[in-house]
Design a protein around this ligand. Structure first.
Ligand code: ATP
Ligand code: MG
Length: 197
């Protein structure tokens, strides 16, 4: 047919709405950051979701997720300040809850200073008490009356000095020592140097 012209598709290329690429919600298409597929707290059992108040674990947390929540490997994480390392400890606590459910056990968290212990105790008592885990401080300031609370708590937050003195007399605390199933530790050279303990 004479005078036939080739049609040129107008821009944009997708004219029919069904041809548009789908906008998937993060639940179905987790973003990939620096080659790491971000994990969502929604992947966890319902009861753990309230522990995490954000929609996605960040890259550091997602990288550690399988090892910390999905295995019993020992893990050392070295990441910048403010990168969300506390969440990685919380994932480890969730795993121990899954594994030791119903049984009696202790989780020990060692923080560099007494003030960091107090802060962590308050935060974790608020977060984990609804899951049946009480959190108690065990530092040089803990008096005899408070020791009963420590004995009954599932999470013990302590300083290196206090835990050192406990382990030196471990036979006096044998019952408690035998119940320790998870040991968490945070160190910061700056905090170690600058704060009184
Ligand atoms: N996945 C996330 N999405 C949004 N906010 C987050 C996420 N993870 C952690 N945060 C927030 O980031 C802040 C810093 O987290 P956190 O205190 O755990 O960092 P850190 O690595 O332990 O720092 P530091 O080395 O100073 O102890 C907190 O306010 C925390 O609530
Ligand atoms: Mg921290």
């Amino acid at each position: 047919m004479a005078g036939r012209q080739q049609a040129v598709l107008p821009f944009p290329r997708f004219t029919h709405p069904r041809a548009q690429p789908k906008q998937l919600s993060p639940e179905f298409a987790p973003p990939i950051v620096q080659g790491i597929r971000l994990v969502a707290p929604n992947d966890l059992p319902d009861r753990f979701r309230s522990i995490f108040s954000f929609p996605l674990f960040n890259a550091v947390q997602s990288k550690c997720y399988t090892t910390v929540y999905g295995s019993d490997e020992n893990v050392v994480v070295s990441a910048p300040t403010g990168s969300g390392k506390t969440v990685i400890l919380e994932l480890a606590v969730c795993r121990s809850l899954l594994k030791c459910e119903g049984g009696q056990y202790k989780i020990v968290y060692m923080a560099p200073t007494k003030s960091l212990c107090s802060e962590r105790q308050r935060d974790w008592q608020a977060k984990f008490s609804s899951l049946g885990l009480n959190c108690a401080e065990l530092t040089g300031d803990t008096d005899h009356a408070q020791l009963r609370h420590v004995q009954n708590a599932s999470i013990i937050v302590t300083t290196p000095e206090k835990w050192d003195s406990m382990t030196r007399k471990w036979k006096d605390h044998a019952k408690l020592m035998q119940l320790v199933k998870l040991f968490l530790c945070a160190t910061s050279p700056l905090e170690l140097q600058s704060e009184p303990r």
